[in-house]
Ligand binder design. Structure first.
Ligand code: MD3
Ligand code: FE
Length: 241
């Protein structure tokens, strides 16, 4: 017999208790984002895989330390003579660079004269697995651009078109402080969507989304338990067919 005093099953409070036990309680009012793993299509060919890199973080951070020892982060100059606020380095058989002469991929680090550090297996495995989850089989990245943002650093709206294989997607991995990603359209003028990216999020950009304009808003100050006052983004590319 059920009477009026019997506790009611309340799915909302049950869920919120489960989520707080798991340390995942999202609350926009408290500025707590939802970090539960999920797969979301954000445009045709673009997939946001929340938390997809979390199991790889320890290995990724150890490898980034190795990479920056061999190929230091540096703030590149643009062809127009501006110094980028984002500091960059690369691993893989090709690396992206910019200077007064333009943008291009090189086999060697212009700073050291040495080949770019090889791509660690944890990097290529994660990138290939994420690409597959986004519907792209056999993604074999030959370049990984490593971007480091400190508070205030930003990436103005641009397209990634220095690669000679646009059939392959670009896979991006966000680590450290959160950022607001701007996802535009085919032209600079197309309205942009804002996509908040958190530590551990992976995005796969392929198909019709591959050449969309995009950028990153100035990084907000904060402190991340593993990375401190910075954000690191890995972008995996297929530069050479
Ligand atoms: C959408 N990096 O390195 S990654 C870049 O967070 C770059 O550091 C940003 O844009 C960052 O070129 C964003 C996400 C990204 C990368 C490539 C894309 C989004 C993209 C290519 C096409 C469309
Ligand atoms: Fe880009």
């Amino acid at each position: 017999m059920s009477g009026p005093t019997e506790p009611k099953f309340d799915s909302n409070s049950l869920m919120s208790r489960v989520r707080s036990i798991e340390g995942l309680a999202a609350d926009p009012m408290l500025d707590l984002p939802d970090t539960r793993p999920s797969h979301e299509r954000i445009a045709s060919g673009a997939y946001l895989l929340r938390g997809f890199a979390l199991d790889y973080v320890t290995r990724l951070l150890a490898e980034i330390e190795q990479i920056e020892t061999a190929a230091a982060f540096r703030q590149l100059e643009t062809p127009g003579g501006f110094r980028m606020s984002v500091a960059m380095t690369n691993c893989g058989s090709l690396g992206w660079v910019s200077d007064r002469r333009g943008y291009r991929y090189t086999t060697h680090d212009p700073l050291s004269g040495q080949p770019w550090p090889p791509m660690p297996s944890a990097f290529s495995e994660l990138a290939e697995k994420a690409a597959r989850a986004g519907g792209f089989e056999d993604f074999k990245p030959d370049a990984c651009l490593v971007n480091r943002y400190v508070p205030g650093a930003r990436l103005t709206l641009h397209q990634d078109k220095d690669e000679n294989d646009f059939r392959a997607p670009i896979v991006s991995v966000s680590l450290g402080l959160p950022a607001v990603f701007l996802f535009g359209g085919n032209t600079r003028k197309d309205k942009q969507r804002r996509v908040p990216l958190q530590h551990g999020d992976v995005v796969v950009w392929g198909g019709p989304a591959r050449l969309n304009h995009h950028g990153v808003l100035p990084l907000k100050d904060g402190h991340h338990p593993l990375l401190g006052r910075q954000r690191v983004n890995l972008t995996f590319r297929r530069a050479q067919r």
